[in-house]
Design a protein around this ligand. Structure first.
Ligand code: MN
Length: 263
């Protein structure tokens, strides 16, 4: 009896006879070193399921609506999609029917909203063809790519990484994930954001320069995608500032609304 077998016997209290092992206690996870300071997994609720979606990586696509690309100073007809990431634990879950408190972050004086469709992957790969890309999508959610615009712009002007403008605590606001088996895939539909009842952003998913399928295809050229990856698919035009006390209401045709209050 080797060390592992002996440990299993001790753990289960079963007197294992040779030959009985195939039928006895299920294989236990290999006992490895434990994390000294365990980090909780980041998860997103799934509508209609008790299980949750564990987040692996958060990808975001930049300037994916022509009118927003123009307002950010680029030519949408010539630029391929570009991507950035937010840290996984930047997720802030917002339950349906609630107004979640969202803390105004440090360092910024120009904090912007960007309402976006989010795709959540159940599988992945490298160099995924666009025609096959939607097979990897588990579901969709409504999200906010919150942005410290002054920091983003300041760093961009100095040709430095603008991570500080995009990647910070609570910067990835998201509603629950809706399985695509129930909603279908999102290629069109109204998307909007209102502040205190006044509509600020209003467009249609059809105005995306790169569809979700194309985003997955392009992204998978640069990174091997995997289950748990989520993709913020870009925001329409008329991004703008929020201040403490503002209530943001996000809408996407086919999904429940999502709302936060800046605190
Ligand atoms: Mn964005």
């Amino acid at each position: 009896m080797n060390t592992v077998d002996r440990r299993a016997v001790l753990a289960t209290g079963v007197l294992a006879l040779a030959g009985a092992a195939t039928q006895s206690a299920p294989a236990k996870a290999q006992a490895g070193p434990k994390a000294m300071f365990p980090v909780p997994a980041t998860t997103i609720p799934i509508v209609g399921e008790t299980d949750v979606f564990q987040v692996r990586r958060i990808y975001c696509i930049g300037r994916n609506y022509a009118a927003h690309a123009i307002e950010r100073g680029s030519d949408p007809t010539r630029e391929p999609p570009f991507f950035f990431q937010k840290p996984t634990d930047a997720i802030q879950n917002v339950a349906v029917g609630t107004v979640a408190d969202h803390p105004y972050p440090s360092l910024t004086k120009n904090y912007h909203h960007e309402v976006e469709l989010v795709a959540a992957l159940k599988s992945g790969g490298a160099n995924i063809p666009a025609e096959k890309a939607l097979e990897h999508v588990y579901g969709y959610a409504l999200g906010l790519d919150m942005t410290r615009r002054d920091l983003q712009n300041g760093m961009a002007a100095e040709k430095k990484p603008w991570e500080i403008g995009k990647s910070f605590d609570h910067a990835a606001v998201i509603g629950p994930i809706h399985p695509a088996t129930r909603t279908g895939h999102f290629t069109k539909g109204a998307i909007s954001l209102a502040i205190n009842g006044t509509v600020k952003q209003s467009s249609d998913l059809q105005n995306m320069i790169w569809s979700v399928a194309e985003q997955i295809a392009k992204l998978s050229e640069a990174f091997e995608l995997k289950a748990g990856d989520i993709i913020y698919s870009g925001t329409p035009e008329n991004v703008g500032p929020v201040v403490k006390g503002d209530v943001l209401l996000c809408k996407l045709e086919g999904l429940p609304d999502m709302s936060i209050r800046i605190t």
